[in-house]
Ligand binder design. Structure first.
Ligand code: COA
Ligand code: AMP
Length: 639
């Protein structure tokens, strides 16, 4: 006999596929619409589906004003907690957050930003970042948040693609023990970019006062002092809410475009169905607003639902210790925490016995959700044992905006299978395909693909690149969305996500492209050829490792060249790439047709069993690679 949880899930899942109009139409009733939709799902324009076509709403209104008008204006919307900014804590009720957002929307408007215009937000984890995002949504402008750990060059690429009228920034970010001045990075980016934004708005933080350029830079505080609050602008459900750039298989990132209507409906629905939270709950996504987790679950999801969201500017360890998460949970009565497994591995490394847990009252803490990378069984069992609450892995991507597979707390939790994010979420018709687009039997690994249409909240297109959108996601498996993850679905319908099928790696839960790093290495004057692979790392899950073949006649020593390419990646992509290791080799292993055997190199580096590919040009190169890797303590030298 299946459990109630299983029955609830099965019923909802079946309805979501058999009658998506009624399933998502009823979810949409929870929101405020200026005009009701004509059609819930429209596949006439694109087979992946446009949602709530003809409907009109405002996402900011639904996230803020609606709650104030419903009598919940005094309920806490946002708690900012920053151990790195000197233990600063600030709380904002829904009314306060709405008023500040309306004022900043007025600042944007008075600087010429209107419906459909882009605004880049290059900011640390401070309340003004959330206010800037919501202010864009309020006036129908399209925000594009750029993660603070990216270098000027990456910011410049995004400026050129999004062509923002205005950039909102802060004078600095704060890492554990260093201040990162943002203005030099922003000034360099604007110098590099071909497109020049007319204005930047700068939040001056007390830790670093930036020098402002007359005529271009505007002080946030000064602008807010004279601002007229702006009202919500009605937009179409299918109008873009934001662009979020994510790593693609080349150096050119993909600008994932999210709509207003489908996004609001899907995220609001996930809050109860997946996370099991209600409006009075305190929800904490310990991520960064620069990533999709931050967009969906620091800002939009919890606020649409009316929860209190935590904005934490700190790390799981080092701010000041491995008890930081427990301190935040206790101080603010957090019910639900969502973070990446790497954060838990960092805590476990520093405090393996979980002694610091004993210092705090975690009585309100109900559920831990993990995503961003596969939750390894060791981390899962450590967290379960120490916290004694359900620990839930769920699988999603920047493109999807919310889970493709999860254990749905709102339906009742199903038994956990370690290594699996449990079952396919409603709305997703996930299949495992071979490379001829045939369905694979249960338990066999293949490409994880979702039969079209995709549910609401998934990407609308890629900014300025609809052809690339179709080519990247829809062409290889016609009729399906390609997740670019490989995995299997077992006989109990549990999903297992094993690896990426492209050159994306996941470093500390951050999505990075090895192809983009290769482009940087190849630009070094002494490098003839190169490859970057992701190798296993106990803390960060994966780390990038470079192989360099030098040009004939290069006399400089290998160490110098390696340190130069390491610096080059830091300067061009940013510290977040965590590119610290490279090795000089004579040749790279290739197939007879010239394809670099990166997969084989990765297996050698990780000391995994591998078969010598039948198509290899010269198998003896593998021994050279092995020997070079041993000098780094990798390959058979790995412990
Ligand atoms: N601005 C500037 N630099 C940043 C940055 C930011 N916003 N975020 C990270 N960096 C820098 C770090 O300081 C580090 O620099 P370093 O090479 O000088 O040490 C580098 O980028 C790499 O960062 P990271 O990989 O995060 O390593 P870390 O050692 O600083 O922290 C963890 C490791 C596991 C504690 C950290 O990655 C973490 O908390 N991860 C949580 C998961 C998460 O947020 N996932 C997002 C999706 S859910
Ligand atoms: P991002 O777009 O940064 O969210 O990264 C998405 C990628 O991270 C996915 O395509 C997966 O490769 C990986 N990922 C995210 N969550 C999980 C998970 N729970 N299990 C396995 N892989 C995951």
């Amino acid at each position: 006999m299946s459990s109630d949880a299983e029955k609830n899930y099965q019923r909802a899942y079946a309805l979501s596929l058999s009658d998506p109009d009624s399933f998502w139409g009823s979810a949409a009733e929870d929101l405020h619409w200026v005009k009701r939709w004509d059609k819930v799902l429209d596949t006439s324009r694109s087979p992946h589906g446009h949602w709530f076509v003809g409907g009109q709403l405002n996402t900011c209104y639904n996230a803020l004003d609606r709650h104030v008008e419903n009598g919940r204006g005094d309920h806490l919307a946002l708690i900012y907690d920053s151990p790195v900014a000197g233990s600063e804590v600030a709380s904002f009720s829904y009314r306060e957050l709405k008023d500040l957002t309306a004022k900043f929307a007025g600042v944007l408007k008075s600087n010429g930003v209107g419906k459909g215009d882009r605004v880049i937000i290059y900011m640390p984890m401070i309340p003004e970042t959330v206010i800037a995002m919501l202010a864009c949504a309020r006036i129908g402008a399209v925000h594009s948040v750029v993660f603070g750990g990216f270098a000027s060059n990456e910011l410049a690429v995004r400026i050129d693609d999004a062509k923002p009228d205005v950039i909102v920034t802060a004078s600095c970010g704060i890492e554990i023990n260093r201040i990162i001045p943002y203005m030099p990075l922003l000034n360099d980016a604007i110098d590099i970019a071909r497109y020049k934004p007319s204005k930047t708005i700068v939040v001056q933080r007390s830790q670093e006062i930036a020098e402002l350029q007359c005529g271009r830079d505007i002080d946030w505080q000064e602008a807010m002092a004279d601002a007229e609050p702006a009202d919500c602008v009605t937009v179409n459900a299918t109008d873009p809410l934001y662009i979020l750039y994510t790593s693609g298989t080349t150096g050119l990132p993909k600008g994932v475009v999210r709509d207003n209507g489908g996004h609001a409906v899907a995220l609001n629905w996930t809050m109860n169905t997946i996370y099991g939270v209600e409006a009075d709950d305190v929800y904490w996504a310990a991520s960064d607003v620069g990533w999709v987790v931050g967009h969906s679950y620091i800002v939009y999801g919890p606020l649409l639902k009316g929860c209190t969201s935590i904005l934490y500017e700190g790390k799981p360890v080092g701010t000041p210790d491995a008890g930081a998460f427990w301190r935040v949970i206790a101080d603010h009565g957090v019910n639900t925490l969502f973070t990446a497994p790497t954060a838990f591995r960092a805590i476990k490394k520093e405090d393996p016995e979980g002694k610091l847990l004993g210092k705090y009252d975690l009585g309100e803490f109900e559920t831990l959700f993990l995503a961003g990378e596969r939750t390894d069984p060791d981390t899962l069992s450590w967290a379960e044992e120490k916290l004694k609450i359900p620990v839930i892995d769920h699988w999603w991507q920047t493109e999807t905006g919310w889970s493709i597979a999860a254990n749905h707390k709102g339906y009742g939790l199903l038994p956990v299978k370690p290594g699996s994010p449990t079952k396919v979420a409603p709305g997703w018709n996930l299949q495992v395909l071979d490379d001829q687009c045939n369905l694979m039997p249960a338990g066999e690994v293949g490409a994880l693909c979702a039969k079209l249409p995709m549910p609401p909240g998934s990407l609308l297109t890629l900014w300025n690149a609809h052809e690339r959108f179709l080519e990247s996601y829809m062409e290889e498996f016609p009729g399906y969305y390609k997740t670019a993850d490989a995995g299997f679905i077992d006989e109990d319908d549990y999903v297992f996500v094993m690896s990426r099928t492209d050159d994306i790696i996941n470093v500390a839960g951050h999505r990075l492209s090895t192809g983009a790093m290769e482009e940087v290495l190849a630009s070094h004057v002494d490098v003839a050829e190169c490859a970057v692979i992701g190798i296993a790392d106990q803390l960060k899950g994966q780390l990038p490792l470079g192989f360099l073949v030098l040009k004939a006649g290069v006399q400089r020593d290998d160490e110098t060249i390696v340190s130069e390419v390491v610096q080059l990646v830091r300067d061009q992509i940013g510290p977040v790439a965590a590119f610290k290791q490279a090795v000089v080799v004579q040749r790279l292993p290739k197939t007879r047709s010239g394809k670099i055997l990166r997969g084989t190199m990765q297996k050698i580096a990780d000391n995994e069993e591998y078969r010598i590919p039948a198509t290899i040009d010269d198998p003896s190169i593998l021994e050279e690679i092995d020997a070079a890797l041993q000098t780094l303590g990798l390959s058979s030298a790995r412990q």
